[in-house]
Design a protein around this ligand. Sequence first.
Ligand SMILES: *Cc1c(COP(=O)(O)O)cnc(C)c1O
Length: 231
Amino acid sequence: MTITEAVAGIREKILQAALRSGRNPDDIRLMGVSKFHGISEIEEAWQGGIRLFGESRVQEAADKFAGFTAGHPGAELHLIGSLQRNKAKAAYTLFDYIQSVDREALITCLGDLTANQDRPLGILLEFHTGEETKTGFPDEDSLCRAVEQVLSYPGLALRGLMTMAPYTDDTRIIRASFRALSGARNRLEARFPDCDWSCLSMGMSSDFEIAIEEGSTIIRIGTALFGERRT
Ligand SMILES: *Cc1c(COP(=O)(O)O)cnc(C)c1O
């Protein structure tokens, strides 16, 4: 299967999942997670209509995308892996959004870094909803404090929440994880109604249809799009 064929197959599943849950398929963005894949595969995904890309590591993303984005207007790049503060400056240069903002010290660092810049940095707060690696804010109280902190920095543009479901075959556990993120978003939206909560980033190759049924607006797809990663 080519990447172009994979894109078509995933788009069909997005459509069906959206119809099943009474949603508009246009409200769901398909991110190509290109970590461990090369520039020719990224180019092929672009030809297939992918405009949003996700990478887990700053250096790998810089090697591949520093030249790519200039020649591909409309391309958008998000960091989806954990960010160390010593890479924050490089990350701001490269990424439109950091989806994996998971602790207060990182918000301080990104807030200071972007304070006098023209281009705001898109921020999603990562919520820990059950995946084993334990990244993300642990509860809604800590998320709430993180929201207030992000809002205090003019260079940070809060856009929503992100999570990873646990790696399990048990769809009830996966669905509960996505429901926890939707619920958190709804409660934060009630508390901070002037914020933009439009990004609900959840769902990967194995669970994106459940994520769409639970309200996802960004699905992050690696394997189902590019094939197995060469690690
Ligand atoms: C690698 C990764 C993905 C994509 O995973 P697949 O199962 O290959 O689709 C999505 N989100 C994050 C945070 C990842 O690290």
